[in-house]
Design a protein around this ligand. Structure first.
Ligand code: GLA
Length: 632
């Protein structure tokens, strides 16, 4: 192909991207967009490059639209979102890698000749890599230095790569993974790529992350809950798994209300014959054997306790042992003549088909209407596989992965449009689809199935590179922890979980009186910082991947008059060293009172001279300092 410049225009505002999540503006003067049109006359096809710059953020949002005007069909084999050339290669690439229960661990490696790439070919953004990468100058750290951050607003297969050529220039390429992608356009048709968001920072990695946080929190996330402090929730999953009935649920709700929690989430197991994870996905009707009297009655009782009521669903999936599968076996994605690949015993529904989407969403809407749900947790417990849609001809199967993602977006859009006041949390077997695309629909995402407070330090630290803490679902769970077997103090679990969208996920009725007392205090303490978690500036202070002794992070209010430093002292030492910490982002001239001791320091003293960490004994001890500006 040979696309050459044809024309361009510049206008105020930012256009919506058809069917895709994207950053947006609330008024035209917030941003300007450049549309650059290139044309290849021999195939009568245009490429429209869209660039948006924001007045308030050091950001470029970029996407591409292919427009076919040819009588002959054209086929896209690759349609990337952005390609950025940097004139030298003196950067380190930072990306987020992992697996289930160990999501978004930070890796940093030098750029070198050739290609370094991260990607997903699992149909979702995946645990393995996140659609995010940063290029940091070698001397850049959390607090200073030049950093570029790149984030793809997309939840499916992606490729993000850097390529260094032999003249030492570096190229960043990001977009839908070309493997398994093949999209045919006829005359008058167009293809819109997802958006890539590029951030520039001269204030190190924290500077980059803070831009992503503010932009994604306020101009990607949407809806009533975007700017609101989220309710403290109790989730039934680790409390009961599949083993519950209405009295047990009500007992849990009662205890939750008594401790000061605000939202009851009924997780997996409430529908069909769902007594284990082998069956019933697709049968979105209440299991009356477990919940006698039905969901509306249960929800009413829970509402009566002063709690909001929320429900878990997994709309994209089907179990072979389900009424839905028995009726519509061809509604699952499956490749004719091939054995099916199952994961968690389940199959993906072919949601590229409208009748499938409509059937599922209508069932779910019926349930949500009947129980007046305030919250939904939308899960996705396997990656997309057996990729073949019975509804598309053989030569168009290369469209299925992307059509699947578009279908997810359409279903989610129908949910948020129908219930504007619903709090929506997405999830994918923990954090298997924690990406910017999801944030457009759900302002919070379950961060990981690993609820171990110590493992969470790394997961939440890594996640904060590209995503706001207000998006990170984080819960206090029981000890020994169900995933790691580790035992940590209840207070430490609270410190870590309360640095995200806070909740509990354990059988409250089995809690000791002492833990109940701690939980009550914890909830009150969270109330003191919830506005900072929701909209404060977040700083990573001490990196859990580099420091084995302690981990620290900090919230600062917009007016800089309030700050909270939180962390965990990992290992106890006899006759320990003195460790200093240095709060960030304060007003050097203001005076701040340490609320615990009453001592007053200037902002400059705190930031430059630092303060010693407390001398605690015992492993995994919580750390928390609160400073408030006072008159001199
Ligand atoms: C996934 C989620 C969990 C829980 C289970 C239920 O693993 O991440 O939080 O909802 O599914 O099956």
């Amino acid at each position: 192909v040979e696309f050459v410049y044809k024309e361009h225009k510049i206008y105020n505002g930012k256009p919506k991207l058809e069917g895709l999540p994207a950053t947006y503006v609330e008024s035209g003067d917030e941003a300007q967009t450049l549309e650059l049109v290139l044309e290849d006359t021999s195939i009568n096809t245009r490429i429209v490059l869209l660039y948006t710059i924001y007045e308030a953020f050091p950001v470029i949002a970029r996407s591409v639209r292919f427009e076919c005007d040819s009588d002959e069909k054209i086929t896209l084999l690759s349609a990337m979102s952005a390609c950025v050339d940097l004139p030298d290669k003196d950067y380190e690439m930072i990306d987020l890698a992992g697996v289930w229960a160990r999501e978004r661990h930070v890796r940093r490696h030098k750029l070198d000749y050739g290609i370094q790439s991260i990607y997903s070919m699992r149909g979702c953004s995946s645990y393995q890599f996140n659609p995010f990468l940063a290029l940091a100058r070698e001397n850049a750290d959390e607090f200073q230095g030049q950093v570029y951050g790149f984030s793809l607003v997309y939840s499916g297969n992606f490729l993000a790569q850097t390529e260094v050529d032999n003249y030492d220039t570096a190229r960043v390429l990001m977009g839908i993974h070309p493997n398994g992608f093949k999209w045919t356009l006829g005359k008058g048709e167009s293809f819109q790529t997802p958006e890539m968001v590029m951030v520039y920072s001269e204030a190190g990695l924290n500077g980059m992350s803070q831009t992503f946080h503010k932009l994604y929190r306020t101009r990607l996330a949407r809806g009533t809950w975007r700017d609101k402090v989220r309710p403290i929730l109790i989730n039934s999953w680790e409390a009961f798994y599949f083993d519950f009935d209405a009295p047990k649920l009500l007992g849990l709700a009662d205890a939750a209300a008594d401790l000061g929690m605000e939202l009851f989430v009924l997780d997996d197991g409430w529908f069909g014959k769902r007594d284990n994870d082998w069956c019933a996905l697709g049968d979105w009707e209440v299991n009356e054997e477990k919940i006698k009297g039905g969901l509306p009655a249960l929800a009413e009782r829970i509402h009566g306790l002063g709690l909001k009521f929320g429900l878990w669903v997994e709309p994209e999936m089907i179990s072979e042992d389900s009424d839905l599968y028995r009726e519509y076996p061809d509604w699952a994605l499956k490749i004719p003549g091939r054995a099916m690949n199952r994961s968690r015993h389940q199959l993906n529904l072919d949601i590229t088909r409208k009748e499938v989407r409509d059937h599922i969403m209508n069932q779910i809407f019926k349930v949500l209407d009947a129980c007046k749900a305030d919250y939904v947790k939308w899960d996705m417990n396997r990656s997309v596989d057996n990729v073949f849609s019975a509804a598309l001809p053989k030569e168009r199967q290369g469209e299925v992965y992307h059509r699947y993602v578009l279908a997810v977006y359409e279903m989610m859009e129908s949910l948020v449009q129908r219930y504007p006041n619903l709090l929506f949390e997405s999830c994918s077997g923990g954090g298997g689809r924690f990406d910017a695309g999801m944030l457009y629909y759900s302002p919070q995402i379950w961060c990981s199935d690993n609820t171990d407070a110590i493992d969470r330090l790394k997961i939440q630290y890594g996640t904060s590179f590209g995503y706001p803490v207000s998006a990170m679902g984080a819960h206090v769970s029981v000890c020994p922890n169900h995933q790691s077997g580790r035992i940590t103090p209840f207070e430490t679990r609270g410190t870590v979980a309360s640095s995200g969208t806070f909740g509990y996920e354990l059988d409250l009725m089995k809690m000791s009186e002492e833990d109940k007392k701690t939980a009550r205090e914890q909830i009150l303490k969270y109330k003191e910082i919830e506005h900072l978690v929701q909209s404060g500036d977040y700083y990573r202070l001490i990196n859990p991947f580099e420091n084995n002794n302690h981990v620290l992070w900090q919230f600062v209010s917009k007016d800089k008059k309030e700050t909270v430093v939180c962390g965990v002292r990992l290992h106890s030492e006899a006759n320990p060293y003195i460790y200093l910490f240095y709060p960030q982002g304060l007003d050097a001239d203001l005076h701040y009172e340490d609320i615990a001791t009453g001592k007053v320091y200037t902002g400059a003293a705190l930031m430059k001279a630092g303060l010693p960490l407390p001398l605690t004994t015992g492993d995994y001890q919580p750390i928390r300092f609160t400073f408030k500006a006072v008159e001199k």
